[in-house]
Design a protein around this ligand. Structure first.
Ligand SMILES: [Cu+2]
Length: 145
């Protein structure tokens, strides 16, 4: 009986440990476009043995926030709205970067200017919400492969 109890305690402990944050966000920045739209770029790292999904995002500074992917089709570049979000593979990384995945910000507050920071809340299926504070820029702050 004692052995079983010990096992249960061990299992509960392990479960609590897996409830820790497994999603890590880095290199976030946002492109501010003069027409009042913007695009948020960042790296998402999942250290968990299960995949996750970025299912949505919101911001107090934008009327509409959507997950997009820039695609090239028949020599035409267009943005696809990813209704099902972005899959973040187990123990994997996904890069939101120009020409690929990004978070589209529409109807940004009119008083925003380059250098300002905005709050964007990222919503994951299997993890807690994460707030990022990207700085508004015109160009990427770093070069990525
Ligand atoms: Cu877009």
């Amino acid at each position: 009986m004692k052995k079983i109890l010990f096992l249960i305690i061990l299992m509960v402990t392990v479960t609590f440990n897996t409830a820790d944050a497994h999603i890590e966000i880095s290199n976030s920045w946002a492109r501010l476009i003069p027409n009042g739209t913007g695009a948020l770029f960042l790296d998402i790292k999942n250290s968990h043995s299960e995949s996750d999904i970025l299912i949505g995002a919101s911001s107090p500074s934008a009327n509409s926030v959507m997950i997009h992917k820039t695609q090239r089709k028949n020599d035409i570049t267009h943005m696809k709205h990813l209704m099902k979000g972005i899959n973040i593979p187990a123990e994997g990384e996904v890069f939101l970067k120009p020409g690929s995945y990004h978070i589209m910000l529409s109807g940004l507050s009119k008083n925003l200017k380059l250098g300002d920071k905005i709050d964007v809340i990222l919503e994951f299926k299997n993890n807690d919400k994460i707030t990022v504070q990207p700085t508004l820029k015109m160009k990427p702050p770093f070069i990525k492969n």
